[in-house]
Structure formats: C-alpha cells, structure tokens
Design a protein around this ligand. Sequence first.
Ligand SMILES: Nc1ncnc2c1ncn2[C@@H]1O[C@H](COP(=O)(O)OP(=O)(O)OP(=O)(O)O)[C@@H](O)[C@H]1O
Ligand SMILES: [Mg+2]
Length: 447
Amino acid sequence: MRLAVLQGAGDTGLVAVDALRPEWDVQRCANLNELSAALHERTPQVVLFRADEALVPLESLEGLVAGSPLVQWIALVTPEELEDPRVRRLVAQTCTDYQTLPLDAVRLRHTVGHAAGMGRLRARVMEGVTSPSELGLVGASPVMLKLMRGLEKVAAVDAPVLVHGETGTGKELVARAIHARSSRRRGPFVAVNCGALPPTLIHSELFGHERGAFTGAASRRIGRIETARGGTVFLDEIGDLSAELQSHLLRFLEESTIERLGNGDPIRVDARVIAATHVDLEGAVAEGRFREDLYYRLNVLRLDTPPLRERGDDIELLARFFFQRYRSESAPGVRGFSREAIAAMQQHPWPGNVRELLNRVRRALVMSERRLIGAADLGLDRRARPRRQETLERARIAAEREAVLGSLRANRNNVTRAAQQLGVSRVTLYRLLDKHGLRSHGAAEAQ
Ligand SMILES: Nc1ncnc2c1ncn2[C@@H]1O[C@H](COP(=O)(O)OP(=O)(O)OP(=O)(O)O)[C@@H](O)[C@H]1O
Ligand SMILES: [Mg+2]
C-alpha cells in the first residue's frame, strides 16, 4: 500500500488521516525524531508536515527534505505562517505542493494523489539519468540528451570519432561509453595522452619500436595502437601531435597499417580511433599546425561535450550524483546540499566543468561541519568575495574583449598580426575569441 507520513497533531492530523484512509497507509509522527526515523525505515512516497516553527525547527526540516530527494513534501500551513519569509522559501523551494488550513478533505486527497504521481515521474527521470548501467553519463539537459543520442549513433558504426569539448567536460567518459556500446566492447580500450609525452617518446608509445631502433631501445616495444587490436584506441589531446605523427596517424586511418620505429614493414592493426581535443582544430588547421586531411578524416563523426554552465539543472543532478558516490568519505551526518549551495552552484561559471564540480563536492563532503553542505563548503561563498572585486573582474573581462575586438579590427581580422599586436600567441588569441564569443567576428575570415 502507498504510504504517507504525517507530522501534524490535533484536528489537522485527524482530518488528514480521515481524508487519506483507507487508500493510503498513514503513519503519524509527533516530532522530528519520529519523522526522521519514518523516512529512513519506511521510505514513504509523500510526507505531509506542519510548517510551524514551534513544532519543528525549519532548518531541521530543510535538512530532512534535502536528504530525501525522492519523497514528495506537502506543507500544511496557515495563511499567517505564509507571511514568514522563511516558511515561504521552504514551501516554494522544497515542496511539491502545499495546503492552507483548515484542511479540505477532497482537495487534500487530490493533492496527495497528484504528488505521488509526480514522485513516480521524478524517480523514473532520476533512474534514467543517474544509472551507470545506461551510458554512465549523468544529465538530462537538452544539450546532454543531444550528446547521448549522438553517442548511441556513433557507437553503432566503426568509423573514427572526434570528441571536442572544454577541459573536464567528460570527453574520456564519452570515449569509454562509445567503446562500451560498440561491437568492440569485448576488446581493449587503450587511452594515450598525446600531449603528455615529448614527441620522441610519443612516437614509440603509439607505434612501437624494434630493438636497436634508436639509442636506448634495448628491446622491442609494442605500441599502444597495436595493443588496442580488436578494440579502441583513445587519442587524447590530438591537437598536440607533431606533423610527422599526424601523417603516420592518417596513414593508419586510411590503410589500417602501422610501422614500428626501426622497421619499415607495415603491420595490419584493426583498432578504432577515438580522438579528443579541447582546442579548436579548425583554428589549428587554419594556422597550418594540423593537417587538413587528417582533420576531415577525424571530423566525420564528431561529438561535442557541452560546458557545464550550459547544462542548467544537470549541475544539481551531478552534484547529488557525486554526493552519493563519495558519501562514504564524508563526515557522518552530512545529509545533502542547502538551497543556498544549490543556488551558488547554479551561478558559478565552472571553468573546470564537471571535474571541478566533482572536486568541490568531494572536498565539501570532507570539510562540512553541518548537516547541509553550504556554499562556503564548496568554496562558492559570495560573501567571501567582496563586491568590488566582482566589478573589477567584470571590468577586466570587458577590457579584454574590447582589446581583442579593437586589434582584430585594426588588423582586418588577420589573427597572426592581431596576436602580435596584443603580445599573445595565436593559440591564446583563438582561445580569447572563443571565450568572448567572437569567433564569427574575426576568426572565420582570418588567415
Ligand atoms: N555527465 C557526467 N556524468 C558523470 N560523471 C561525469 C560526467 N562528465 C564527466 N564526469 C566525470 O568528471 C570527470 C572528468 O571527466 P573526463 O576525464 O572524461 O573529462 P575530460 O573532458 O576528458 O577532461 P580533460 O579535458 O581534463 O582531460 C571524470 O571523473 C568523469 O567521470
Ligand atoms: Mg581527458
């Protein structure tokens, strides 16, 4: 039977019980402890509670609400209580619905039934988006759903894939998900960071070498592409590959053969390539740092991992997901996030994206001394940053944008000359163009 828990004494309680039975099993709780125990032991679908400070401190209630996201909370309030801004906030931000007293049995039955339906819907959404058995990606925002649809499509074919996105947006996670959904899932998934090794080492890392191929090559080494035979090789930071390695890679993509260093014989290798980059490869092609033919070859199937700041409510979903995942590391008694923390997360620009969110939640779990993680525990306390600094920050950003625009104009959109004038590298200037959304302004026409 469906279970509703009721915290509310006297006539209010009696009316509510009468209205809901026998359809609902109604458990009554006299105080916060009983309510907390009922939540843990019986997992009710709906909780009805009196938002009366004299009965239960509002902050404790907020804690219980945050700690049980799949329960639907319905507040029972008097019109006078709704005059209290804290009650209004609790009701508006954490409850599924509310009823004003005195209670009306018909209306209450309807509200409780509706809330339960809402709860089922929410449970299905949470299940769908947080279950690791799905793609392993948490998110339900339109940009993420688009990414997930794209992912399913590219997983079904065997061509190379390019994953593009800012740092920490989940490029490697996406690559692993493609592999896991592909026909190669039983084969190996081999990840290589092309930017982490010097060019001399990366060559033999990727393609292998024979004994004596160069000084210090004491024995034969099998390269990572060969190791990925039958599976997928994930080439991270592909934009960092040298021109020579780019041509070797292109050859591998076209002919499925590689050569070990020190041996000119082609070796057939059946491995799928998934490449990732956080830089804009089109810009690198325009500057002659990346082979155009290789770019087109890789760019046939392209997935973009969106920045966290464009994912809306996913920020909260992800925060709760990481909260659950790392909960065992936390101080005991931490129940969830305060409303203030959620609001601060929504406003933060997240330059480090999902990885930054993960790190902040993890740190907050260890550091928090309260039941609810606050903005300060996440390092997002706005009071800690004086307003003046915010204004200064904005002024800096505006000045930077102005300088970039001005110099592009002065140099007729020639990126090389504009970069020289500004005293930055072309790569940095491209990054600035992206940051300020000026790509279409200058870079498109730039040589
Ligand atoms: N949608 C998501 N759902 C759950 N976890 C995610 C999601 N996106 C990213 N993560 C987690 O965030 C962390 C960073 O993701 P990942 O390493 O895949 O990003 P990246 O784009 O490769 O970063 P970098 O550019 O720094 O290499 C990982 O721990 C990953 O599991
Ligand atoms: Mg990565």
